[in-house]
Design a protein around this ligand. Structure first.
Ligand code: HAM
Length: 430
């Protein structure tokens, strides 16, 4: 056994798993095109300060952070949003808004490895910058729903909340932002009792505690009736009421655009990142008890990096978890060519002709694997079949004299002598 293994939390993707990941990535790229999100490529390494600002305690603690040889304090990106916000505050300052940006790549968090949680993982990230309107939030929700559909996932739903509800209450109770962040982190970790105890410790009123308790128990499928209940609970907290109103508009737009979209509204829902200012959400499927993706509105981050005050909303689709979900539900739309051709020379002197023919077929768009081990035809055929070849082309001296080759259909094990000029068309036939 080699002493060289992957580092804990890091993975190799063997061909089948790599294909599954790339299939999901491919679908996210197609979606970016359909929704007109332009791709940007930002570095894996960013300044620690940029990555740490407003990301939240959990992510800060788990960052791969170190000093480079020049003494700079840097980190491996744990997410894309900070990098995109940096772009908007600097190089894209004068780009007309709204701006829709897409990025895809690997990210790093020193999380405890477990099912669906890795130290290196991939996201497809969509940010919509420059609109504070509910239709922008609705677009991000619709885009996420559409991705689940295009991946063939079944029974998926979106869990939706709004950070303005709880933060609105805590603001009115004069609880400062860093203390609010502590409470939101506890709620994100589903430690509700602990969160309520902390609110009490921070000196909140009894009314506040009663309101929060009621909110934490308010969740359900029918957005309008749930939001009526939430509004009633928060009736004395003005900015919380505004947050409920905002959420009401967003979900109404989404529901009207596609009534099949399943939503669960959860008043006490919080997400780990600190920069959210509005609607937040995560998609789920029944087969996996973890969020497949996550997103929300962040209207204050770009100004924090020195840009104009710019509203923004976005989502990061978790490619690893989406790949797991497609595996669980056996629904992956495989990114696999329908045909795969093996080209095999019958004898050594036909190697050049074989390479030439393979190149011709590839230029006609067919995936072609050439026999390069000098094996007998039967051995080479056996190996090609195992690798999924749909056709084999046997290149022999006799047939070549009349510009012909043998075309074998690997599925039904029939073979035929075919003119070189017709070969491509004949392969496409079956
Ligand atoms: P996040 O919720 O931290 O949000 O991550 C989004 C998704 O990335 C998760 O739902 C999950 O699929 C995937 N993910 C996160 N950590 C891991 C891990 N350790 N292993 C595997 N997958 C993981 C963000 O990153 C925000 N930047 C989303 C956003 C974009 N908000 C606005 N714009």
């Amino acid at each position: 056994m080699s002493p060289y293994q992957t580092v804990r939390g890091m993975r190799d993707f063997l061909p089948q798993e790599a294909r599954r990941m790339r299939t999901v990535e491919h679908v996210t790229r197609k979606l970016a095109q359909l929704f007109c999100y332009d791709e940007v490529i930002t570095p894996v390494v960013e300044s620690y300060e940029l990555l740490a600002a407003k990301s939240g305690e959990e992510i800060r603690k788990r960052m791969y952070a170190f000093e480079d040889l020049g003494g700079r304090h840097i980190g491996l990106r744990p997410e894309f949003t900070a990098s995109v916000a940096r772009l908007i505050a600097t190089k894209m300052r004068n780009t007309p808004q709204p701006i829709r940006l897409f990025c895809v790549g690997s990210l790093y968090r020193y999380d405890e490895p477990q099912y669906g949680r890795f130290r290196e993982f991939w996201q497809a990230n969509y940010e919509l910058i420059g609109s504070d309107k509910p239709e922008a939030d609705a677009e991000i929700l619709i885009l996420t729903f559409e991705l689940m559909n295009q991946l063939g996932l079944q029974h998926h739903w979106l869990k939706i909340g709004h950070v303005g509800i709880i933060r609105g209450i805590l603001d009115q109770e004069d609880i400062a932002t860093p203390k609010q962040n502590t409470i939101m982190q506890l709620l994100d970790k589903k430690q509700q009792d602990q969160a309520l105890a902390t609110v009490r410790e921070f000196g909140a009123s009894q009314t506040c505690l009663t309101t929060l308790k009621a909110l934490l128990a308010t969740r359900g499928k029918d957005p309008s009736s749930i939001l009526d209940r939430v509004e009633k609970h928060v009736e004395i907290y003005e900015s919380a009421i505004n947050a409920v109103q905002n959420l009401r508009e967003i979900v109404a737009l989404v529901k009207e655009s596609d009534p099949t979209l399943e939503m669960i509204i959860e008043a006490g829902f919080a997400r780990g990142l600190e920069y959210y200012t509005g609607m937040i959400f995560e998609p789920y499927v029944p087969d996996l008890d973890i969020a497949l993706s996550g997103g929300g509105r962040y209207d204050k981050l770009i100004e924090l990096f020195g840009g104009e005050s710019t509203p923004a909303v976005g989502v990061a689709q978790g490619i690893d978890r989406l790949a797991l979900a497609t595996k669980e539900q056996k629904t992956t739309p495989w990114l696999q060519a329908k045909r795969r051709v093996a080209v095999i020379p019958i004898s050594e002197d036909l190697r050049a002709k074989t390479l030439e023919l393979a190149l011709t077929l590839r230029r006609q768009g067919l995936p072609v694997e050439v026999e390069v081990k000098g094996r007998t035809v039967s051995k080479a055929l056996q190996d090609s079949g195992r690798k999924g070849a749909t056709h084999a082309v046997l290149v022999g001296t006799e047939e070549l004299k009349t510009q012909q080759v043998v075309l074998r259909n690997m599925k039904n094990r029939t073979q035929d002598i075919v003119k070189l000029a017709n070969l491509h068309a004949r392969i496409l036939e079956a």
